[in-house]
Design a binder for this molecule. Sequence first.
Ligand code: R7I
Ligand code: MG
Ligand code: MG
Length: 357
Amino acid sequence: MAKAMDSVLAKGKFRGSMLGSLIGDCMGAPYEGEEFSHGLKTMVRKYFDKLDGPYFSAPFKPYTDDTAMTKSVAKCLIEKPTPLDVKYLAKLFVQEYFLEPRRGYGAGVVEVFKKLRKNKFEDLQRPAAEQFNGSGSYGNGGAMRVAPIGLFFNGNYEAMIEAAERCTRITHTNSLGVNGALLQCIAVHQSFQLDPKEKLDVTKFADELIAKMEIIEQDQSGIVDPNEPTPPYKEQLLKVKELLSCDDPNDPIVEEEVIGSLGNSIAALNSVPTAIYCFLRAHSEIPGIETDNAFRRSIQFAVNLAGDCDTIASMTGAISGAYFGDSCIGETMKKHCEYHEEVTQLADKLYEASLIK
Ligand code: R7I
Ligand code: MG
Ligand code: MG
């Protein structure tokens, strides 16, 4: 909890998570939409090895919608702390989009922005609810921007869940889109509360997520029937646990198996559990990733997966950074990302705001 936690550690975790989210976005963006291949994996490895080397000069990597929207969530919490001012936040999202529309936004979400602007933010619910013939988006756009909420509401779980849900519903109303954002938020929150000097119990971390998602998924479906199929996020998290437990050093789990089992797509259900897996898997060595730095390992593994890898790596980085703090982030890697100084300042302001909320 923030008040009990040493302030230097807490501040470092805010920075780590916000920077992790930025770095994953910037490092993954060049490969977004590609298919996994061993050629791509080699290319990613060479780039990350250079970043860890003594000197490496290259143009910085630009951020995408993942960071543009995360930035707005952090700003909203800093300027108008609690309860989350969704009207103000919707305005920030829309402003940011029209200022820089070419940041790789999801095809559907742009419709929501246009409708919100047209209705002058008087009706915040309908544009998102109308998406995809009324079923709402199941994309990972809610999850990719939720990290500041998981950090800010440390120590107040109910307020955090409520804020994460309201933040997501501005653009995503499908229960898979909403619950994916809640899962990502809870993962950041859990990571934040742990001491990075103690060895992480990866099974316990996954079990705690399963227990919390069980409550969330049950609440929506009403009374639990033991004959009902396992709810979707619980099922994905059970697969995360299984992948972790059957990882044999002599026959390691490879990218193809992770993609085949959990997914690497734009759907929240096939990307949030994947990001959680990347974070947890990176606590031990991964063949082909030559580093002692578990933060780098988690990001590199996520980028390797290709598919929606800017978003998967960004969500991985948010969880990893909330656990390890910013001291574990390599300077060169950070400096190759557009906006890293601004994100650091934003993280500091978010931390200050979280103390007085
Ligand atoms: O979820 P969203 O903000 O997209 C985020 C992704 C990240 O990968 C970013 O890096 C960026 O590239 O976009 O945007 P949405 O438009 O709500 O959802 C993304 C996509 O998911 C949509 O454009 C659809 O292709 C798909 N999708 C659906 N398709 C069919 N039916 C989402 N919901 C549905 C659906 O209900
Ligand atoms: Mg993106
Ligand atoms: Mg993406």
